[in-house]
Write a protein that binds this ligand. Sequence first.
Ligand SMILES: C[S@@+](CC[C@H](N)C(=O)[O-])C[C@H]1O[C@@H](n2cnc3c(N)ncnc32)[C@H](O)[C@@H]1O
Length: 338
Amino acid sequence: MKTEKELSHGSIMQLGLGFWASKTLLSAVELGLFTELAKGPADAASLAQKLGINLRSAPDFFDALVALGMLGRENGKYRNTEETGWFLDKAKPSYIGGILEMSNNRLYASWGTLTDALRAGKPQKDQAVEDDAFEKMYADAARLKEFLQAMTGISMEIANRIAAQFPWRNYKTFVDVGAAEGCLPVRVATNHPHLTGIGYDLAVVRPLFEEYVNSFGLAGRIRFESGDFFKDPLPKADVVVMGHILHDWNLEQKKILIRKAYDALPTGGAFLVFEALIDDDRSKNAFGLLMSLNMLIETPGGFDYTGADCSRWMKEAGFRETRVEHLVGPDSMVVGIK
Ligand SMILES: C[S@@+](CC[C@H](N)C(=O)[O-])C[C@H]1O[C@@H](n2cnc3c(N)ncnc32)[C@H](O)[C@@H]1O
């Protein structure tokens, strides 16, 4: 046991006031700071003018980002770090700020309702979702685009890892179910020229999917197929992928989707499920557990789950073999073989 003198409140305060740092980064993305600095280093006054921020706020804002490791500063001029220059410059295809834009515009406010959501066990914000989260969200073209780009942001590194880690040479076709813009199909097809793939999603997603896939010159090998995965059968393929899909839905719906994946596969085919899987002891992957709280805030019945949970559901659906593989950071995948 620690003595009173040895106790420190540092980690409590850092966590409790963590939203200060988080919102500083989200505002920097909103203002286009990293995109501006990608053009070249700049001093506080000229940067403030370009971003349209007040001179009182500018030095503290930029220096806080230096202290947070998001900017560098030399001879009074600010510059991006290697990471912010690569991932947060909107002009680059490596941009992942969509998820941060969505967090700034929507999640930041809706997480403010967490206490009420915990009491009620359901979303609290007024645009919230009673039956179908996606139908409501997609009714607004700007939110549709923002959400799909956010998915590319959150899935880019994962998709690269799956492209490298899974034995794609053993398969010829794949379908990414709930493909959004097509981040995973593009990463997989780019790295494995022998594969052809389908991005399956709601019809409203088609134009944005096709624009994204065409921008990589992959229209000949990746096509879009529209459908509703609760109403229609899934397209058949050697590999069925569901990334960040099952966590959106309640247990009964999760099991329906797993069964549909099974039906779409040939014997020997593979089902890949990736998420920020919670560790089996539910005590280490804080991001996975917080993602599940995000589902409480965002969806009527969604929740995240462990690799053991998913393996059990896959076995119940008939998969003969399952394995859990770590991918990158908090993300892992469950592979089921039919
Ligand atoms: C959380 S996103 C995941 C996107 C992508 N797989 C990824 O990991 O980046 C869920 C996706 O499922 C799609 N979706 C939601 N409901 C659907 C339905 N009923 N049928 C087909 N797709 C659906 C959404 O349009 C969205 O692209």
